[in-house]
Design a protein around this ligand. Structure first.
Ligand code: PLP
Length: 829
């Protein structure tokens, strides 16, 4: 619907132009042209889509920065309490469409871009994803920023400006091959590199004591190696509310003093080497997900960003305050997992060594300032640093950690006299060779709030991971079920569905997702169902084209799109899904007349580069696809695709096209999941276990509108010990399971090579398989059969899908953030 751009501004437009920046199609177009010429040096008539993308991004940034300045002024004016959200990861994805939508300028920008001869779609495609995170944890941080801005909470995100984000994944011969994500190659129009404030971060060195002018013994950290932290800001606009917040990402820069010493000594090469090694700190994102690696550079990244962040917090605090007694009335710090937990001894160091508070006062302020979010129950994912490493890199912090621990253990010993084992279990220091610092214990002890990210997860934290701590501090533990932002995951990603919803119930759901509930009656309206189906089909056609383009596989949009997209990990059980694909394949071959709905099974996800088992699972899925997709006996009834390089923008394309959402982790392993929420909000039905937020999704949508199978968390824990049915027994009892395992073992998917997938066969058949795949396989097969039957009854399926959308109100991050603000941060919203 392009209306011709008027040459003369209407009065209404002139009125609006009194704001400094453009808000009409005409003025946006002029601004794009201005940016093209003045800043990019391009001839507007000869510039391409990538030039227009950049110029448009700068135009949106201009609008945001004006609003951001106004927003910041209101904070200072009202001396509001500020929230600092500290996260090593922000999985942002693309920013352009989201910015345009949140600024409420979609129609105007569309018109402006079309006037220049482009579609907004092709312009948006020019943007590279900002992948400064691995998966769910980083994406949660990005969704939180959107909701914080939308709810006008005075908050900042703090993180690292990685020069290389999450690696790119290619598939070569079915194997994952990683390549660097050089996302800043052409710069990014979204960041503001700032020259001030730049902060100095110390490492290594030693600790000395001295007497201050009042005769008190004080501690100093000296002879350190220093690195500078330079801020880069990215702006986050709230949804149509003129509120803009910022995420501040630190980039490492060599310190000038050291550069000069080297140069002074005539050591040019040394100076350059120093520069390179300093700047390594913010070079690359660590790719492990739910798996802790323990490398010195990672610890340095953590401290680098925490130290710079706290200098910035203190700078801002000191503008209005001289005393630290009520620091925690002005500052709340949320730790996204233990990755930034070194902030606890850092704040103690600042309060003790720099500001001169006594221990008791400093500790009181500290615990009232921090709140810690736990993201995992898996022991191998809990961060522990060797005492030796900590003592080398951060000697003063190790001293402080020992002091915190000593005082804490004294308190425990008083409460539980004679219980030596409890002291050993609860200590921040794990005795052994080598001795380790348990960051999760530090985070629990140093915070006034410890939260899990779904109800089950929080319950398991209290009962298992932090049982002793829960007994000691019962009030400290609370639950904050994760969410997703409906602006990105429905409004931006699925504009057709958003449009359909708007046409029936209006737009209130965009900021109050509970309003979707008024869609419920429409689940029984044949006309609405038909329109809903048409939207889904269009989304499936878009994905079909993308699949053809990226993998060469032809799929049929009318088939059931059965989707599992997430990081590849044993606990997420992509292998269980793969076993079901083998089962279906065998069924289609052996019983060609069976009435089963045709399926397109879609996988995507990255494996940590060092996680060879996860990489072998990727190879297996591709090997199965190779066999299935080329077997003429199958016809069009089954296709398998593995889409390479899963990221946020691919998720935005895949999720709106899904019919079935696979959320099949072993119960008690997935803390929450957020992919599960994105799918249900876009009208996919879930097949899943009673794990993480799946449980709460079932509560909301009703058990008749979700497909649940398998052991629950309690049964799974029990089964690991009792082992009532071993994989071997199950294969003996169930020939269908045996047949699937046989095909996996006999090399059917490896050109006869029986060795290739042997490690996977062995773990599946092991009586000690902690993820219980074979134990849940029969239940999964039976559940998939229920899915088949439901899908064959299209009207029934559509009804369920509409009800899923209508009942997803709880899973907005607007709700999650309100709870954090009210219940943890002390900011009533
Ligand atoms: C939402 C999201 C995730 C998290 O998915 P889960 O299924 O909850 O593990 C990971 N990666 C990307 C790109 C996402 O958008």
């Amino acid at each position: 619907m392009t209306t011709p751009t008027p040459d003369v501004l209407s009065e209404a437009e002139q009125g609006r132009c009194q704001e400094f920046f453009p808000t009409t199609a005409n003025s946006i177009q002029n601004n794009i042209i201005h940016h093209l010429m003045s800043f990019q040096g391009r001839d507007p008539e000869r510039s391409g889509a990538s030039d227009i993308y950049k110029a448009l991004a700068f135009t949106m940034r201009d609008i945001m920065v004006e609003k951001w300045i106004k927003t910041q002024k209101t904070y200072y004016a009202k001396e509001k309490k500020r929230v600092y959200y500290l996260s090593l990861e922000f999985l942002i994805g693309r920013s352009l469409s989201n910015a345009i939508i949140n600024l409420g300028l979609w129609d105007e920008v569309k018109q402006a871009v079309e006037g220049l001869g482009y579609s907004l779609g092709e312009i948006s495609e020019q943007e590279e994803d900002a992948a400064l995170g691995n998966g769910g944890l980083g994406r949660l941080a990005a969704c939180f920023m959107d909701s914080i801005a939308t709810l006008k909470i005075p908050a900042y995100g703090y993180g690292i400006r990685y020069e290389y984000g999450l690696f790119n994944q290619q598939l070569i011969n079915g194997y994952q091959v990683e390549s660097p994500d050089n996302w800043l190659r052409y710069g990014t129009p979204w960041e503001f590199e700032r020259r001030v404030p730049v902060f100095c971060v110390q490492f290594y060195g030693k600790v000395t004591t001295y007497q201050d002018e009042k005769g008190c013994f004080r501690t100093k950290w000296i002879d350190t190696e220093d690195v500078m932290a330079m801020p880069c800001d990215m702006l986050v606009p709230g949804y149509k509310n003129d509120h803009v917040i910022n995420m501040r990402f630190w980039a490492a820069r060599a310190s000038r003093e050291l550069d000069l010493t080297h140069f002074g000594e005539g050591d040019y090469i040394g100076a350059v080497q120093h520069k390179v090694s300093s700047e390594t700190i913010s070079k690359v994102l660590y790719p492990p997900d739910h798996n802790y690696a323990g490398q010195e550079l990672r610890l340095k990244q953590q401290y680098f960003f925490v130290c710079a962040t706290f200098q910035d917090i203190m700078r801002r605090y000191k503008k209005k305050n001289a005393m630290f007694d009520d620091f925690n009335d002005q500052v709340a710090v949320q730790l996204n997992d233990t990755h930034p937990a070194i902030a606890i001894p850092e704040l103690m160091r600042l309060l003790l060594d720099v500001e001169g508070l006594n221990w008791e006062k400093a500790w009181d302020v500290c615990t009232k300032t921090f709140a810690y979010t736990n993201h995992t129950l898996m022991p191998e994912a809990l961060e522990r640093w060797s005492v030796d490493l900590m003592g080398k890199v951060l000697p003063r912090h190790l001293q402080i950690i020992y002091e915190i621990n000593q005082r804490f253990l004294d308190q425990v010993a008083q409460q539980y006299p004679g219980d030596i084992d409890k002291l050993r279990r609860m200590s921040i220091i794990e005795e052994g060779y080598p001795k380790m610092v348990r960051m999760a214990h530090l985070a629990v002890i140093g915070s006034h709030s410890v939260n899990g990210v779904a109800a089950l997860h929080t319950q398991l934290l209290k009962e298992r991971t932090f049982k002793d701590f829960h007994a000691l501090y019962p009030d400290r533990f609370n639950s904050k079920t994760n969410g997703i932002t409906p602006r990105r995951w429905l409004l931006t990603a699925n504009p057709e569905l958003a449009g359909l919803i708007n046409s029936r119930i209006g737009t209130g759901w965009e900021v109050d997702l509970e309003e979707l509930r008024t869609l419920e009656p429409l689940a029984d309206d044949p006309e609405f169902r038909e329109a809903f189906w048409q939207v889904k089909l269009n989304n499936k056609k878009r994905l079909t084209d993308y699949i053809q383009l990226t993998t060469g596989v032809e799929v049929i949009p009318e088939t059931m799109f059965d989707v599992q997209v997430k990081r590849i990990h044993e606990y997420k059980r992509q292998l269980l899904n793969a076993l079901h694909v083998i089962y279906l394949y065998q069924k289609f071959v052996s019983e060609p007349d069976l009435e089963l709905p045709p399926r397109t099974v879609i996988f995507a996800g990255k494996a940590a580069p060092s996680y060879w088992r996860a990489k072998l699972i990727i190879k297996l899925i591709n090997a199965i696809a190779e066999v299935v997709n080329h077997d003429p006996r199958i016809g069009d009834r089954l296709r398998v695709v593995f889409l390479p390089n899963y990221n946020v923008s691919q998720a935005e394309l895949i999720i709106p096209a899904a019919d079935l959402s696979e959320q099949i982790s072993t119960a008690g392993t997935e803390a929450s999941g957020t992919g599960n929420m994105k799918f249900a909000l876009n009208g996919a039905l879930t097949i899943g276990t009673l794990d993480g937020a799946n449980i709460e999704i079932r509560e909301e949508v009703g058990e008749e509108n979700i497909f649940i199978f398998g052991l629950n968390a309690e049964e799974a824990a029990f089964e690991r010990i009792r082992n009532s049915r071993t994989p071997e027994q199950i294969c003996r009892d169930n020939p269908e399971v045996a047949e699937v395992m046989e095909a996996l073992a006999d090399g059917s998917f490896a050109q006869g090579d029986r060795n290739l997938f042997k490690p996977l066969v062995d773990s599946l058949m092991s009586p000690h398989d902690q993820y219980l795949l074979i134990r849940d396989f029969e239940s999964y097969l039976a559940c998939q059969q229920r899915v088949n039957e439901a899908f064959l009854d299209q009207q029934c399926w559509l009804r369920m899908a509409v009800l899923n959308v209508a009942r997803m109100g709880k899973f907005s991050t607007d709700r999650t953030i309100r709870q954090y603000a009210n219940e943890i941060w002390g900011i009533p919203v």
